[in-house]
Design a protein around this ligand. Structure first.
Ligand SMILES: Cc1cc2nc3c(=O)[nH]c(=O)nc-3n(C[C@H](O)[C@H](O)[C@H](O)COP(=O)(O)O)c2cc1C
Length: 178
């Protein structure tokens, strides 16, 4: 191997992602949540998505036991919310009430889009575990056209054309029909 951990992280930082907060009720009934950038789509039929969780996270064993959770996609004005759910020490849910979805999972009503999911499969991902989830419901927040919060080069970013939100709006045409 001709690179060290630092170089690997830096190189990975060239790949931009969005930011999500996964939310669930733990075994004891308390809400848990975690900020993640490792979210991605997997399959359209069945509708599958994935994310990965570091095995050393203090809530890792709670996530392993969850059979249902929500994936909440963050908007570009939700950095604070992202930081709140990224900190181990902070009280993530303090002063907040989760909204309960149709499938009984807690989700963040302020997120532009939330996916209500059930656990589908889990795979070894080295120091992370890869969670594959089946999407059961989609919640779209009505109202303003929201732009996504991005993570790139180890920092939060906003779309460069955010000054013209209409240019970044999601439309029905996708690149090469994908
Ligand atoms: C932008 C961003 C993306 C993150 N992505 C991940 C991720 O994909 N997987 C992960 O395990 N932790 C990720 N983290 C770190 C977790 O959010 C953090 O370790 C976790 O919330 C710790 O909580 P816990 O102690 O309750 O387990 C990310 C943090 C930030 C700020």
């Amino acid at each position: 191997m001709s690179f060290d951990g630092r170089e690997f992280r830096t190189a990975l930082g060239y790949f931009p992602t969005g930011v999500i907060i996964a939310t669930a009720f733990a075994e004891g009934g308390e809400p848990i949540g975690m900020t993640m950038s490792s979210f991605n789509s997997v399959s359209l039929d069945p509708p599958l998505v994935l994310f990965s969780i570091h095995r050393e996270s203090s809530s890792f064993s709670q996530w392993q036991k969850c059979t249902r959770y929500a994936i909440n996609v963050l908007a570009d004005d939700q950095e604070e919310l992202s930081n709140r759910f990224a900190s181990s020490k902070g009280r993530k849910w303090e002063g907040m009430m989760p909204t309960i979805g149709r499938t009984g999972v807690p989700y963040l009503g302020e997120a532009p889009v939330s996916f209500e999911c059930e656990a589908y499969a889990a795979y070894d991902g080295g120091d992370h575990e890869i969670f594959v989830a089946r999407v059961l419901e989609i919640r779209k927040r009505e109202g303003k056209d929201e732009l996504p919060l991005l993570f790139y080069g180890g920092r939060y970013r906003k779309l460069a054309n955010a000054a013209h939100p209409h240019q970044a709006r999601i439309e029905d045409g996708y690149l090469y029909g994908w």
